[in-house]
Design a protein around this ligand. Structure first.
Ligand code: AMP
Length: 586
């Protein structure tokens, strides 16, 4: 559906097309599957499964199995090693995306191609069109806290980078961004700078230099926006000094950055004084973003899922500005667009675009029931019965299966979503959690969402004391006997012993899963442990991932750190300041 990019995208036209397509979602899905299977009919993978050139949904579903990334690893590795035969796709794959790895511990290789690039731009255009209808942008720039990761080359000579990096580096990317009024303030050297901290400082400086032109502030995941303004709070006087005399802080050491920034920065004492006075007049930095950028219309970024806990802080910096939750996708492909941008992030939904892939949904209730009947403990070992895009039911939760234009067929993305309504005949999804993030010691099963709810409840006790939870994660300690949950908190401020004990008990009590509660009662699971971390520990975790090659743009704090993620666990354990155990179950 992507139109040839003109100088400006016509939002009404884009909306018209999306409305027409989503009214006919069932037919468009069939047509999309036909296209995918036709283009790739000679791919070894599809031939091996006996599809034999057939392109109808029934043959596809009966021949091709549901897979996880692990099942495809050997095929993707062959491609990365330089096999140019039709392994997964008709046309050879020339680029690899590295998933952020922040949810699983290590990055995964997934195929990327021009079709995925086109779809990315289609998503950006669509999302822009719906947003612009409610909150029109003027001419100007976007302050985007985005960071490219290092591009590496695989054994077979394929370029490999995070999905966002592959998109940012694409030759057509900039023209697309201009057409949707999302041109960024910072030069490429800043985006692709070799040091994340230096790039962040330069992003801030560029934003301030163009402060009147900035139309919106964004990042891929909202965490990067908060991180950016927390950094601003630390170094705002240095930034003002740079603007006042047109110099660049000595903390910027890379010549590429220094030379690119020298073209932007020039002495502007009036601007420096204005920023200084605006900052000095703020109360506890409330409303910092609109104070710095007078023409900003909204804040944009993924704010759902694991980003929800940061909303309070984001709202503090955003003041009265609207927060707009960005779209839903993964390195493996896009899923849906936020077509109701006026909804607050807590209620954000994503309408699935039926022409960007073929989607199936594994009903979650069904597989949980099956599991109980079979006494099965591993979700992935049950053969589930997926339903099609237009067959899903409102109110039900599902795991998403993706078939895309880059060689993934019936691929278990690992995300749990809830259908909350329909946009015409395509479902609107709410992101619930990663399916694999489970805290489990005994017969208990708590997901990322359960943890989020429990932390949310306990956090209210902190808020009463005017203390702020900076970030959190968890670990199931199976070494101690009996095993128990460990929750790691980084707190802004000094919590009393009494408050910590209350929080710890509240965390323990708020896991309402029957398996957990019954195990706690009979002491098959030990008392929950709350460990308070030194300030800056989560920054160390982000730095760790960036050093390992992840892009800061795609960073998501892992909400559960398993024993196999030993380096992160080590960072956490070596930064514990205080700890306490729950007395909630006696
Ligand atoms: P990555 O590993 O960087 O490709 O991250 C992709 C994952 O990020 C998805 O599978 C989701 O778990 C999460 N994600 C992406 N978009 C959203 C969103 N809009 N809301 C919540 N989580 C999201």
């Amino acid at each position: 559906m992507l139109k040839k990019i003109e100088d400006q995208v016509n939002p009404e036209k884009v909306i018209e097309e999306v409305e027409a397509m989503t009214k006919d979602a069932g037919r468009v899905q069939k047509e999309t599957l036909r296209k995918i299977l036709e283009e790739n009919s000679d791919a070894e993978y599809l031939l091996k499964h006996g599809l034999d050139g057939r392109t109808d949904p029934e043959s596809f579903k009966s021949c091709v199995p549901l897979v996880t990334h692990k099942d495809l690893e050997s095929y993707i590795q062959r491609i990365a090693d330089g096999d140019t035969s039709q392994v997964l796709t008709g046309k050879p794959i020339t680029t690899i995306s590295l998933s952020s790895g922040t949810t699983q511990g290590k990055p995964k290789f997934v195929p990327f191609n021009d079709k995925l690039m086109d779809i990315t731009m289609q998503i950006f255009q669509t999302s822009f069109a719906y947003r612009n209808r409610e909150f029109p942008l003027g001419n100007g720039k976007a302050l985007q806290f985005v960071y490219g990761s290092k591009q590496i080359w695989t054994e077979g000579g394929l370029a490999a980078g995070t999905a966002t990096t592959n998109v940012f580096r694409h030759p057509r990317f900039k023209k697309h961004m201009k057409a949707i009024r999302s041109e960024w303030c910072s030069p490429d050297e800043v985006i692709f700078g070799p040091d994340f901290h230096q790039s962040l400082y330069c992003h801030l400086l560029c934003g301030l230099m163009y402060r009147e032109e900035v139309q919106f502030v964004s990042s891929t995941f909202a965490h990067s926006i908060i991180h950016a303004f927390e950094t601003f709070v630390q170094c705002w006087e240095e930034l003002c000094a740079n603007i006042r005399d047109g110099s660049l802080s000595s903390r910027i050491t890379h010549t590429s950055l220094r030379s690119a920034m020298s073209k932007i920065i020039h002495p502007d004492p009036v601007k420096a004084d204005l920023i200084h006075s605006k900052c000095s007049n703020l109360s506890n930095w409330y409303g910092l973003i609109p104070a710095l950028f007078p023409n900003v219309k909204y804040i944009l970024g993924i704010m759902t899922g694991s980003m929800l806990p940061y909303l309070k802080k984001l709202r503090h910096y955003a003041g009265e500005l609207p927060l707009m939750s960005a779209d839903y996708g993964a390195s493996e492909g896009w899923i849906g667009v936020n077509v109701n941008p006026k909804l607050p992030p807590e209620l954000a939904t994503f309408a699935v675009l039926p022409d960007i892939g073929y989607f199936e949904f594994i009903p979650l209730n069904e597989s949980i029931d099956d599991r109980e009947q079979d006494g099965e403990s591993d979700f992935l070992r049950i053969e589930p019965k997926p339903v099609g895009l237009t067959e899903v039911k409102v109110g039900e939760e599902y795991e998403i299966l993706l078939t895309n234009f880059a060689g993934l067929y019936r691929y278990r993305l690992g995300d749990v979503v809830k259908v909350v309504g329909f946009h015409n005949s395509t479902p609107e999804l709410q992101f619930i959690c990663r399916r694999s993030l489970l805290l489990t010691v005994n017969i208990d099963k708590n997901t990322e969402k359960d943890l989020e709810l429990s932390v949310e409840a306990a956090q209210r006790l902190l808020a009463v004391e005017k203390l702020e939870l900076v970030d959190y994660t968890s670990h199931a300690d199976l070494v101690s006997e009996p095993g128990h949950y460990v929750i790691f908190w980084e707190i802004n401020g000094e919590a009393s012993e009494e408050v910590l004990n209350e929080c710890c008990n509240c965390l323990d009590r708020s896991f309402v899963d029957v398996g957990y509660v019954s195990s706690r009662k009979v002491k098959a699971i030990g008392p929950l442990e709350l460990r308070v971390l030194k300030r800056g520990t989560f920054q160390k975790i982000l730095d760790h991932y960036v050093t390992m090659g992840a892009a800061a743009s795609q960073f998501k704090t892992p909400r559960c750190v398993g024993a196999n993620n030993s380096q992160v666990l080590q960072i956490l354990c070596s930064n514990v300041e205080r700890k306490c155990f729950s007395t909630a179950f006696g």
